[in-house]
Design a protein around this ligand. Structure first.
Ligand code: FAD
Length: 289
């Protein structure tokens, strides 16, 4: 399939990209890895008249430690995130989510910024950034602003980014001592997207769970933190039975689960419980190791 006609500019700097977005408004689209935008253009679901290619801006491709956080540039590839020893040690949820995105080709072209800007309800990173309590940094004509992950996802394919803003960085707090993390998903057999994905981060002290964050992707129109599961697991013994009891409460607040020919809403809610149980158990085991 062939996209509608469009103009193309390779941005030489972040400032140039922002100024082009400002000048062309919603007619312009940023191009990063192109692994979501190009398929949508081919299907004519989007018809930008201008593509602003930021893929060559190497200054946005980094993963580095900054104080108690790990800063990830928006153009870090999924494969950079998956392989990063720094992330694996300090903020493993992001690396775990990146390592199960699509296939090798997708991971070698797609970027974390592109995925989070696209906000597909079945994408993997959203659950990981929510459970990590990451901050998304956007830059626009008037400077930078930080958006907490919980305020960033507004609906299917909709985020708090303004049309003239570029997502430039994701900042992930390092794990506290005694904390373990796990991201697990039930992948769609064709695309690899998450039919349901669960990110769990659990802090254990003296055999008891003292903190928990659990987030889902794929279950509803937006990724979400599951306060029900989190509340049920804190204060309980860090043991399989307590994790299973808490996981049974997963997705209770979801009124309209996603439903399609592959997985009904009811099945997705069932999967949410199963994957919450597994992810909590893995996170507890990681906290103990
Ligand atoms: C076969 C296949 C399988 C896939 N499987 C999975 C999977 O299992 N899990 C998963 O999570 N994803 C999956 N994906 C999607 C993949 O992860 C994409 O790489 C990602 O969604 C988009 O990243 P990109 O860099 O390619 O962005 P692009 O396609 O270039 O851009 C996507 C959108 O984000 C905007 N954008 C890009 N960068 C920025 C920025 N820095 N600031 C603001 N806006 C920006 C663009 O304008 C566009 O609207 C799959 C894709 C394919 C083709």
């Amino acid at each position: 399939m062939i996209p509608a006609p469009f103009d193309y500019v390779q941005a030489r700097s972040l400032e140039e990209a922002i100024s082009l977005l400002q000048r062309h408004g919603e007619e312009a689209k940023l191009l990063a890895g192109g692994h979501s935008l190009i398929p949508m253009m081919k299907l004519r679901l989007v018809r930008p008249s201008l593509l602003v290619d930021i893929g060559g801006l190497e200054e946005l491709r980094y993963i580095r430690e900054e104080g108690e956080e790990v800063a990830i540039g928006a153009l870090a590839l999924h494969s950079d995130v998956a392989r990063s020893p720094l992330l694996r040690e300090k903020a493993p949820l992001l690396a775990q989510a990146a390592s199960v995105i699509g296939d090798v080709q997708v991971r070698n072209r797609g970027t974390i910024g592109g995925s989070l800007a696209h906000a597909d309800p079945a994408a993997d990173y959203p659950a990981a950034v929510l459970a990590s309590e990451a901050t998304l940094v956007a830059q626009g004509p008037v400077g930078r602003r930080a958006i907490p992950a919980r305020e960033y996802f507004l609906g299917p394919f909709t985020t708090a980014l303004e049309p003239e803003e570029v997502l430039v960085e994701v900042r992930v707090p390092a794990l506290a001592p005694g904390t373990g993390a796990a991201y697990l998903k039930f992948p769609h057999p064709a695309s690899g997207f998450a039919v349901v994905g669960c990110a769990a981060l659990v802090t254990v002290r003296g055999g008891e769970v003292t903190g928990a964050r659990v987030a889902f992707t794929g279950v509803a129109g937006s990724p979400f933190r599951d306060d029900g599961v989190e509340g049920a697991v804190v204060g309980r013994p860090a043991e399989a039975e307590a994790m299973a009891e808490a996981a049974a409460l997963a997705a209770q607040a979801v009124d309209y689960p996603l439903s399609d020919v592959f997985a009904s809403g009811r099945y997705r809610v069932h999967l949410a419980k199963v994957f919450a149980r597994r992810a909590l158990a893995e996170a507890v085991a990681a906290a103990a190791s």
